[in-house]
Design a protein around this ligand. Structure first.
Ligand SMILES: [Ca+2]
Ligand SMILES: [Ca+2]
Ligand SMILES: [Ca+2]
Ligand SMILES: [Ca+2]
Length: 609
């Protein structure tokens, strides 16, 4: 591992001057992403479950009857240990564990591949106390409970000198993760992971050293310490800066432009470990890129140097920032990232497709989409991660059940009008319209695990329910007042919506089989504010489609003009075929009717006879 040092030194030495301009990874253009929250995706190994020692490591108490939650149990039913602790439903839900792990992901790669997915984004996988793992205890080991031998891994980690990469070991969880990378690559897919480099958890090894050794710790400058404990007094004076005041997430020390050199070097070494694990200069055994948590909170100079390092290891890697706003300063030729989680796409979908009383006009919807287009250089539009929901928002279906809210606002039991109920057929129909839009629009669409089989749920923690698998039998979800929700109380069957799954597969397959969707041009051809209908075209040479949406309550007769002699068409969803030859002074008149709340996908073929 010693030769780690050289590329890192080079990256550090030649930072500003050799800063590489972005060249976008070709593989990422138009690819379909699938987001996995590892603790909740699949439990592939019942022998690696977290223990209460780990789950309650940051707490002053530990319920003696704590146990792992049954994967198929009713989300709203409290376990005995939760009942015994008392309090509200949500008070203990963050201490639940369901046992999701790396093996579970490996076991379901064929499912993901079968969906048509090209790349996987994993929420944090490094060892951490919490269920979400945004509070890393380390950046160079996979969570021991995601791997096959937690007890042994813990001992191995304890015996390491963590600041010295030449001393790092490979735990069984680390090796298991390498196997996952290999299995993903064997299936022709890519995989990226979450980089949480702004802060750590309080169990992070360097922070623990500070707790132990106070101002004598050699890591005391890694964090922003306000005061050390005075051992001559009874109270603990130790105080430090946490992310947005959160003491569980101490922030790394920094200047205005860079992270402190201690954590910076450590992050560089960890980056190297996961991008070229066997350190032979060939990155094919490593991850294909990163999604960067709270990207704007980390100094930009750090990202510049880090980008140089990443590109020096694998110039085909992708770097995606978590940036909720339009961010041309970060995503552009001189920017530090290739793409971002395109929440602006989600806002537009929420305000038009989902909103009801507050629905914006079609013209405004198109204007909002075009605002994204003019924000970034054109080629970047193909790699933006077009999502509609994530681990940070309520699920798409629950957004549809609860329309007319601002995106990611008032989406839990604090809103007495919010319903966590199972969606009805009418809601699934709207999801299908959105799926067609997402999969036929420009960009790289991302599916949050379970959306494709109809999972519903309010904002965190309810958006992180265990994945619903077809081969498992689930208890009904019974929502009572005890949940804290006031609306949507009832008893709901939990199972995969196979019709929805097949629809997603079909639309994704259409996308993958046609370059027009993957990287073709995009033009809006028609919009009608009164009818709530619009048409856009995707085109790559002769590969040519027009999509027609009608969100209104009435049908719409639409007339488009093209300057061709003759056009034959196939409407993909119905299979209906036909042709147009009539020509007036405006050109070839392509006329059709679309019924209310519907979508049509026409593939067009020019005939030049
Ligand atoms: Ca497990
Ligand atoms: Ca003291
Ligand atoms: Ca390698
Ligand atoms: Ca949220």
């Amino acid at each position: 591992m010693k030769s780690f040092i050289l590329p890192i030194l080079l990256a550090l030495l030649f930072n500003a001057s050799s800063y590489t301009q972005n060249s976008l990874p070709e593989w990422a253009k138009g690819i379909v992403w699938y987001q996995i929250f590892p603790e909740r995706f699949a439990n592939g190994d019942p022998n690696n479950e977290p223990t209460s020692d780990k789950v309650f490591k940051n707490d002053s108490f530990k319920p003696s009857n704590w146990e792992i939650s049954r994967w198929t149990s009713d989300w709203f039913e409290q376990a005995e240990w939760e009942k015994k602790l008392g309090g509200k439903f949500r008070d203990h839900i963050f201490q639940r564990r369901y046992g999701g792990d790396i093996q579970g992901i490996i076991d379901h790669l064929d499912y993901i591949k079968g969906l048509g997915v090209g790349a996987i984004y994993l929420n944090p996988v490094f060892d951490a106390v919490s269920l979400h793992k945004y509070d890393g205890s380390t950046f160079h080991h996979i969570d021991v409970n995601f791997g096959p031998n937690p007890a042994n891994d813990e001992v191995k980690i304890k015996n390491e000198i963590p600041h010295d990469p030449s001393n790092w070991c490979w735990t069984s969880a680390d090796s298991n993760f390498l196997k996952l990378i290999k299995e993903v690559h064997n299936r022709g897919m890519k995989i990226i992971i979450d980089g949480v480099f702004n802060h750590t958890g309080i169990q992070f090894w360097a922070f623990q050293d500070i707790i132990k050794n106070g101002e004598h710790s050699k890591y005391k400058d890694w964090y922003i310490i306000k005061s050390f404990d005075d051992p001559t007094t009874l109270q603990n004076e130790f105080d430090y800066k946490g992310w947005w005041g959160t003491k569980f997430l101490p922030e790394f020390n920094r200047t205005e432009n860079d992270l402190h050199s201690g954590p910076k070097q450590y992050i560089f070494h960890s980056t190297q470990k996961w991008m070229d694990p066997n350190n032979d200069g060939d990155p094919s055994d490593g991850i294909d890129g990163w999604r960067l948590d709270v990207a704007r909170d980390v100094p930009i100079g750090f990202w510049k140097d880090w980008r140089n390092l990443v590109m020096s290891i694998n110039h085909e890697a992708i770097i995606i920032g978590e940036l909720w706003e339009l961010s041309p300063d970060y995503v552009s030729k001189n920017g530090v990232f290739d793409a971002l989680m395109n929440y602006n796409f989600a806002f537009a979908v929420n305000d038009f497709f989902i909103a009801n009383k507050n629905r914006i006009k079609v013209s405004k919807f198109i204007e909002n989409l075009k605002e994204i287009d003019i924000t970034y250089p054109e080629e970047y539009l193909d790699v933006l991660q077009n999502l509609v929901d994530s681990h940070d928002t309520d699920r798409l279906l629950s957004m549809i059940v609860n329309p007319d809210r601002k995106y990611d606002r008032d989406a839990n039991e604090n809103n007495p009008n919010y319903s966590p109920a199972k969606p009805d057929a009418v809601h699934y129909d709207i999801q299908k319209l959105i799926a067609v839009f997402q999969m036929t629009y420009r960009g790289a669409p991302m599916i949050y695990y379970g959306d494709e089989i109809g999972m519903w749920g309010a904002d965190d923690p309810h958006d992180r329910k265990p994945m619903v698998w077809d081969e498992l039998k689930y208890d009904d979800e019974v929502i009572t007042k005890q949940s804290g929700f006031k609306r949507g109380l009832g008893k709901y069957k939990v199972e995969q919506n196979i019709d929805l799954l097949n629809f997603y597969k079909r639309i994704i397959e259409l996308r993958k089989n046609n370059l027009a969707f993957m990287k073709g041009t995009l033009n809006f051809l028609y919009s009608n504010d009164d009818k709530k209908s619009f048409v856009y075209e995707r085109k790559e040479k002769d590969n040519w489609f027009i999509m027609v949406f009608n969100l209104g309550e009435a049908s719409d007769n639409i007339s488009l003009y093209f300057d061709n002699q003759k056009i034959t068409y196939e409407e993909i969803l119905s299979g209906e075929k036909g042709s147009f030859i009539s020509k007036d002074k405006l050109g070839l008149n392509f006329q059709f009717n679309i019924s209310a709340k519907n979508v049509l996908i026409f593939q067009l073929y020019k005939q030049n006879n």
